[in-house]
Design a protein around this ligand. Structure first.
Ligand code: ARG
Length: 237
């Protein structure tokens, strides 16, 4: 009897050691090249990066695709452990979550039809119909300019469609996704503006300091070992 119990205990302990703890990571896969769907699979820079971090800290990563404005609530209600979603660190978001060190620097740009000549900066958006994505930092920035006819969309691709269809005059989006969508959609161009620098970081729950520390260490290693640069080349040509 004792022997059997001993064996069972041994097997149980082995199973515990072997089974990696899972980290549920929320994203919103409508933000190429950071996260997007291809053949029913969620792929992109962020997805590769978080998997590398998972390897470093010994956790299995399971990705959950959630609406962008549902990410923070999902984290706060423990439905997910982390967010990686090209998410910009903002004062407002910092009230609710802990951010890692930043892993990417971006800014906002304007996307217009190729033949558009009057939109040259943020001020020239006055009296224009400007597409934004609900809850994105670009949404907040456009809200600050008076006299803009802001139109909110649920995703960047749907705002791109509206722009191509002539339903809006311009749209605002983060620089890297803007380049990616303009490259894939004919007839659009990018107008650079002097917008504030935005830093993307991974978010964890407020009281999860320990996890953020581990992630920061993993991020440092990933950069030092050249893995970060490889991912940049892979996803940004
Ligand atoms: N950087 C912007 C923000 O934080 C947009 C992020 C959108 N990300 C996404 N995965 N859909 O608001």
């Amino acid at each position: 009897m004792k022997k059997i119990l001993g064996i069972l205990l041994f097997i149980l302990m082995g199973a515990i050691v072997l089974s990696k703890e899972v980290l549920y990571v929320g994203t919103n896969a409508e933000f190429a090249p950071f996260e997007y769907m291809e053949n029913g699979e969620i792929i992109g820079f962020d997805i590769d990066l978080i998997n590398k971090i998972g390897e470093k800290i010994g956790k299995e990563i399971k990705i959950k695709n959630i609406a962008f404005d549902g990410l923070l609530p999902a984290l706060q209600t423990n439905k997910i452990d982390l967010i990686i979603a090209g998410m910009t660190v903002t004062k407002e978001r910092e009230k609710f979550v802990n951010f890692s060190n930043d892993y990417f620097v971006a800014n906002q740009v304007i996307i217009v039809p190729e033949n558009e000549g009057t939109i040259i900066n943020m001020d020239s958006l006055k009296n224009k119909k400007v597409g934004v994505v609900l809850g994105y930092t670009g949404d907040l920035i456009v809200s600050k300019i008076q006299g803009v006819n802001k139109v909110q969309y649920n995703s960047a691709p749907s705002s791109i469609m509206a722009l191509k269809g002539g339903n809006i005059d311009a749209m605002i989006l983060d620089s890297a996704p803007a380049q990616s969508y303009v490259a894939k959609n004919k007839g659009l161009k990018i107008i650079e503006i002097d917008s504030e620098v935005e830093k993307y970081a991974i978010a964890a729950e407020k009281n999860n300091e320990n996890l953020i520390k581990k992630i920061n260490k993993a991020l440092e290693e990933i950069k030092a070992e050249g893995i970060y640069d490889e991912l940049i080349i892979k996803h940004f040509n």
